[in-house]
Design a binder for this molecule. Structure first.
Ligand SMILES: Nc1ncnc2c1ncn2[C@@H]1O[C@H](COP(=O)(O)OP(=O)(O)OP(=O)(O)O)[C@@H](O)[C@H]1O
Ligand SMILES: [Mg+2]
Length: 359
């Protein structure tokens, strides 16, 4: 298993209909070789369906699936050589760890010694060497999940598929488990597709994130790209918190400005693809500094309608002429009480201008 043998996975014009329900329609997507890509989207948008199409457990209604330079559309799940890790780890309760992990190799009629060696090696990979004789109910949730990952890895699959593997694990352990999965994936270089609806998990484990919406791809990119340059209000709201507000773009002699509420924000010579007129902006909660003073010509002014102290930061809802704004502010900046008038200071570069909505 080396990075050299990693393959890309390509779906070409894939559709999946269940009766008259079109879950996925003419979708094209490429998962790059050796990377971990997350499918992120609300419940029912088609993530599991897409994963099952890649695995071969579900036949597509139309389109092709390629592993590297090979068309695997007509291959069964076994022939495709994929490993799957599910939300319920689905370990065999009456088998110890060694038997659970070796099960697949046993089905393939591998020799006993070979299975034992492979199991030992993969247990080292997932940091569970020495746990061979334990039964699933003698393991923590995180350890069980690592056994489930080991069971998939031991078959040296070309592609690894994860369907919400951490959703049954409490939030503290989830953090360390997602690091484990990330490290394992990087160590093995197996092209991996990972389904979640937890955006923090998606951002932290992935090389690329695919945001799905109603069975279609809303945007694909690196976590940083999606956060900094969301292509739509849907992505801006789904990746991180966002205030989506309306503004008016003015362009004159190569200089741009945006009217936000009653305030005119000069953008200088910043290159903007939108046409002048009405636009939508995404304002991240952390971009504002709240001050008691400011310049009404340049800063948006508002009134605190709610504040909540959360330790390091304080959250605010602020009523402004551009709508109610959610912001987080370092608690060391002091706390503004309900009813207080505040000026929202920010750097114009931090305004994210959303591309025009597609027809
Ligand atoms: N076998 C099936 N027959 C009919 N409809 C189905 C079938 N499997 C899935 N669907 C429908 O397809 C849509 C997508 O389902 P899917 O399980 O892929 O969603 P998901 O994005 O994984 O959601 P979740 O986050 O809740 O797991 C849903 O509307 C679901 O009801
Ligand atoms: Mg699902």
């Amino acid at each position: 298993m080396s990075r050299n043998s990693s393959i890309k996975v390509t779906l070409k014009n894939i559709s999946k209909h269940f009766g008259s329900t079109r879950v996925i329609d003419n979708l094209d997507i490429e998962f790059k070789a050796g990377t971990l890509t997350t499918l992120l989207g609300p419940s029912g948008c088609g993530k599991t369906t897409l994963l099952r199409l890649v695995s071969g457990l579900e036949p597509p209604t139309g389109g092709e699936i390629w592993f590297g330079e090979q068309d695997v559309s007509d291959y069964s799940a076994t022939q495709r050589d994929v490993g799957m890790v599910f939300q319920s780890y689905a370990l065999f309760p009456h088998m110890n760890v060694e038997k659970n992990i070796g099960y697949g190799l046993g089905v393939l009629k591998e020799k006993k010694e070979k299975i034992r060696d492979a199991v030992t090696k993969v247990l080292q990979t997932v940091n569970l060497d020495g746990y061979q004789k334990r039964y699933p109910d003698e393991l923590s949730g995180g350890q069980q999940q690592r056994v489930a990952v080991a069971r998939a890895l031991v078959l040296e699959p070309k592609v690894l598929l994860f369907d919400e593997p951490l959703s049954n694990i409490d939030s503290k352990l989830r953090r360390s488990m997602r690091d484990d999965i990330r490290n394992l994936q990087q160590k093995t270089g197996i092209t991996s597709i990972y389904v979640t609806h937890d955006q923090a998990e998606a951002l932290s484990v992935s090389d690329e994130v695919v945001v799905m919406h109603n069975g279609a791809i809303e945007q694909q990119g690196t976590p940083r790209d999606l956060y900094r340059r969301p292509g739509s209000a849907f992505v801006a709201n789904f990746i991180g918190d966002s205030n989506v507000v309306d503004g008016v773009l003015e362009v004159e002699a190569g200089r741009s400005a945006i009217l936000l509420g009653g305030t005119r924000i000069d953008l200088g010579e910043r290159q903007i693809d939108n046409l002048p007129g009405k636009i939508q902006l995404s304002l991240r909660p952390e971009m504002f500094q709240l001050r008691e003073t400011g310049d009404r010509e340049r800063h948006v002014v508002g009134t605190v309608i709610h504040s909540a102290y959360l330790g390091a930061v304080t959250e605010y809802f602020i009523s402004t002429p551009m709508g109610d704004i959610f912001t987080t502010s370092p608690s060391s900046d002091g706390q503004y009480e309900k009813g207080k008038e505040v000026f929202l200071h920010f750097h114009p570069d931090q305004l994210i201008i959303l591309p025009p909505a597609r027809a």
